[in-house]
Design a protein around this ligand. Structure first.
Ligand code: H79
Length: 442
């Protein structure tokens, strides 16, 4: 009885301290670089890039990184793909250069996806890139070093669900049969120690959890893990999939006081702004992990417009790439990233370090962001009307407002201020493609 009372007391303490453990000012400070970053690169890379969507000569429907489950591949057979994972052309510096040129400020790479294979030299398990594959190089270490040198923040995706570790077997995915799974043992003696290795040896800035929806994982376990990780590195930022709070693919929290620092819409963008931090993760084609036959690429224009839409609504855009098993990044991916970087070079000041705006749009083709001091509004125009006349009526302008077009310094450039409304004749020769930014300084 006494034990139960003490336990109840401890739980109450924990619940009340959860949301109060950090002041708003401290939280704002911790989240600042991430909010300012606005644009990140997701990387799904692992053993699944070897089969690349095909098993026994058949195309497997669904996401590339889900092939082990979708094709019901036995563990011993999947391990043979791990034995073939030998990305001889992997060049961490080249990847960092591609990321830098794309204008991303952080990278989130799969340290371990649902298949359980660790992309670093883990001492907790031999099922990793150094001990199990012929490659024998620590991918996370090389990429961390290269990204640090390029000024890009390094972050890790990590799957709670694990289809390989025998104790982690989940009731929902029964085809990988193990005799006596012991979730508690997996959690305490595998999951936590591996995460500790990641923090101690690679010092990531964000931990991005996933695979939390299985019934074995609970909200108290999520809060316990959150507290544990923050005790190892107080400045860590952790997504809401560490607990059970996320609302399906919409990704925002379904209840108050859910564990985690930001919401995670997947393959979608919120309808408007949110008081809770969020990041929209999205693929460039229809898969996260590389699939040979997925050629359904979004256009550069679409990707840029998505970035603009997300920024106007105050979120971050985490755009995925799925490198190939040989260590190269598909050319279709590289060219799209280069286009985004080219656009950001001219227009980045409207994206980085800005806030979204409650009235995030005017019509279908104008989106707004606002500088932190509130004095500058950026009107991002994603499509010009046929007469090239852009009208902006939802931004306060006066005779002294300074109005410019980013990347454009020579005339003719005609701006009328009519009753606080801006009427802009956009120039014939525009600075760049896909979207143009009118900067309004008050
Ligand atoms: O890593 C990529 C995918 O492999 C992974 N998340 C991205 C970032 C992913 N796993 N599953 N899915 C995507 C789709 C699965 C959705 C479901 Fe559910 C899981 C449907 C039911 C359980 C998520 C949680 C949606 C509802 C509850």
């Amino acid at each position: 009885m006494r034990k139960i009372i003490i336990l109840l007391f401890a739980l109450t303490m924990f619940n009340t301290t959860w949301s109060q453990s950090e002041s708003k000012a401290d939280r704002d400070k911790r989240m600042e670089w991430w909010r300012d970053a606005a644009f990140g690169m997701f990387i799904h890379w692992g053993v699944y890039s070897v089969p690349a969507g095909q098993y026994k000569g058949q195309e497997v429907k669904g996401l590339g990184e889900w092939i082990m489950e979708d094709a019901k591949i036995p563990i011993s057979e999947y391990e043979q793909f791990a034995k073939q994972f030998n990305p001889q052309k992997f060049d961490a510096k080249e990847w960092a250069r591609i990321a830098k040129d794309a204008g991303v400020k952080y990278i989130v790479i799969t340290s371990k996806h649902h298949d359980g294979f660790a992309m670093w030299d883990s001492k907790v398990s031999d099922y990793d890139i150094v001990d199990f594959s012929p490659f024998k190089r620590d991918i996370l270490k090389e990429l961390t070093t290269a990204c640090k040198a390029a000024g890009i923040k390094m972050c890790f995706y990590h799957s709670i669900m694990d289809w390989h570790q025998p104790d982690a077997k989940a009731a929902k995915y029964p085809h990988q049969s193990t005799e006596n799974p012991d979730w508690e043992n997996y959690r305490e003696n595998y999951l936590k120690p591996q995460l500790k290795e990641l923090i101690t040896n690679y010092d990531p800035e964000v931990l991005w959890f996933d695979g939390e929806w299985i019934d074995e994982w609970t909200e108290p376990q999520g809060k316990d893990l959150y507290a544990y990780l923050k005790s190892l590195k107080p400045s860590l930022i952790i997504n809401n999939r560490i607990g059970k709070g996320r609302k399906g693919m919409n990704g925002m929290n379904a209840y108050e006081d859910a564990a985690g620092d930001f919401g995670t819409p997947e393959q979608e963008i919120l309808e408007g702004t949110s008081d809770f931090d969020w990041e929209s993760c999205m693929t460039m084609n229809d898969t996260w992990g590389f699939k040979t036959n997925d050629h359904n690429w979004k256009s550069s224009e679409k990707l840029i417009h998505n970035l603009i839409d997300v920024a106007a609504k105050g979120g971050n855009y985490l755009l995925n790439i799925g490198p190939k098993a040989d260590g190269t990044i598909p050319p279709e991916t590289v060219s799209r990233l280069a286009d985004m970087g080219k656009w950001l070079k001219v227009n980045g000041e409207a994206i980085y370090g800005t806030n979204g705006r409650k009235d995030y749009k005017e019509g279908d083709n104008i989106r707004f962001t606002v500088s932190k001091d509130g004095k500058t509004t950026y009107a991002m125009i994603t499509k010009l009307p046929a007469d090239r006349k852009v009208i902006i009526s939802s931004v306060l302008v006066s005779a002294s407002s300074k109005i410019s077009l980013l990347g454009y310094s020579n005339g003719p450039w005609k701006v009328d201020r009519q009753n606080g409304k801006l009427v802009i004749d956009m120039p014939e020769k525009l600075p760049g493609e896909h979207a143009w930014v009118v900067k309004i300084v008050n």
